[in-house]
Design a protein. Structure first.
Length: 411
């Protein structure tokens, strides 16, 4: 009789052992699949963190100019960059948010003005990345605004002057020799923008902060040298390459190089810990599943010594006897894997809500569990590997069996 057919008859005849193996495989496959799905979800989330947050490197130098910042932005690993220039123009036709304390003697009201920051991309600012600031009307500033006379202003300053997206404001240089009109393309809200209790110059109050494309500041007498340039990298390791390029362009000791990867680490480290836990869980389940199934198969073989002896006396090859047991185990594993896959596809979505920190943040979207074909393939490969190992180890005992000694054994 063909050993595959014998395996089928044996499974039907031993329904209890078949159900036991099926149950063990179902638990093992479900836990393995859950571990792989969780590991994949954390890997996707970490990749998203790397892409969205990255690492901010700030370069400051006396000779840092827009063209040098642009050359550094072309270095490998640089995803985006933001050259920045700060100034304090005047807003002759508008009002400024003022501190609650009285103006000290000796201050010069005629020099009051908003704080102006020239940049390339407002969404790269750490306050906007972390959600402390957000655009509530209009749109942010993007690289497409280069050279355009547009601004992004704070919500309190806009309310004080009755401004909204689409209106225009006028800014002048401190000496009033340069005057430019700018379109308000967006209004942002800063959670930290409070009226200070102590005296501060209007240009130092966050509520008076105005952002504009760096090219639009030349009309106010600003331009030429940058205060700093921020570069967004994919990982902290890439900062070394940018440092070498900065050293080559700006001189050995003529610049300051600061790496800020706190936002990346704050998001990536918890994800890495969960991913490492999922990997350890997979290894533990694989080891425990192999041991448990190996014991079940070993006990089954011990109970079926008489059957094995008869088969061997009738001339059945030992590899076919081992093959029969392998087919029996695989026959229990395959439907268990299929049922685990159906359960995984059904429950992965609702289970996402049980993840720690599953809700969306300003930095990352909500973590999502989903079963991919890759996860199912890894589970199937490892599950069948467990089936083979759990059968092969007890099968060594079959290779050592002598038919005559089995049939004459009186135990």
């Amino acid at each position: 009789m063909n050993f595959v057919k014998r395996a089928g008859l044996s499974l039907v005849a031993r329904k209890g052992k078949t159900a036991l193996m099926f149950g063990v495989f179902l638990v093992v496959c479900a836990l393995l699949l859950g571990g792989f799905v969780l590991e994949s979800a954390m890997a996707r989330q970490e990749a998203t963190a790397q892409r969205r947050i990255g690492v901010d490197v700030t370069v400051r130098a006396d000779r840092l100019a827009p063209e040098l910042a642009s050359r550094l932005a072309g270095e490998p690993g640089v995803q985006r960059y933001n050259p920045m220039l700060r100034g304090a123009p005047r807003m002759p036709d508008g009002k400024l948010v003022e501190s609650g304390a009285p103006r000290p003697p000796g201050s010069r009201p005629e020099r009051d003005g908003p704080g102006l920051v020239g940049l390339r991309d407002s969404e790269m600012l750490l306050d906007f990345v972390t959600g402390r600031s957000s655009v509530v009307q209009g749109r942010p500033l993007t690289p497409r605004d280069a050279g355009r006379h547009v601004v992004l202003i704070g919500e309190q300053l806009a309310e004080l002057n009755g401004l909204s997206a689409g209106n225009r404001i006028t800014l002048t240089s401190q000496d009033r020799k340069h005057r430019r009109s700018y379109e308000v393309v967006g209004v942002y809200r800063d959670d930290r923008a409070r009226v200070p209790d102590t005296w501060q110059e209007p240009s130092q109050i966050l509520a008076n902060q105005i952002y504009a494309p760096i090219g639009a500041l030349s009309g106010l007498g600003f331009g030429g040298r940058l205060d700093e340039s921020v570069f967004k990298l994919g990982s902290p390791e890439q900062a070394e390459q940018l440092y070498a390029a900065s050293k080559r362009l700006l001189g050995d000791g003529g610049f300051r190089f600061d790496v800020n990867d706190k936002a990346y680490r704050d998001q990536a480290q918890p994800l890495q810990r969960v991913g490492a836990f999922a990997g350890a869980l997979v290894r533990l389940i694989a080891g425990a599943g192999t041991v448990i199934l190996g014991l079940i198969v070993a006990l089954t073989i011990r109970e079926r010594r008489d059957e094995l002896g008869v088969l061997l006396v009738l001339g059945e090859k030992k590899w076919k006897v081992i093959g029969q047991h392998t087919v029996e185990v695989a026959a229990a594993a395959l439907p268990a894997l299929a049922l685990a896959a159906v359960a995984g596809a059904t429950l992965a979505g609702p289970a996402s809500a049980l993840l720690p920190g599953h809700t969306a943040t300003a930095l990352l979207p909500a973590a999502e569990l989903r079963m991919d074909l890759a996860d199912l393939g890894r589970t199937a490969g490892l599950g069948l590997g467990i089936a083979l190992v759990s059968t092969a180890v007890p099968g060594i005992g079959i290779l050592r069996l002598q038919p005559r000694s089995i049939l004459t054994d009186t135990e």
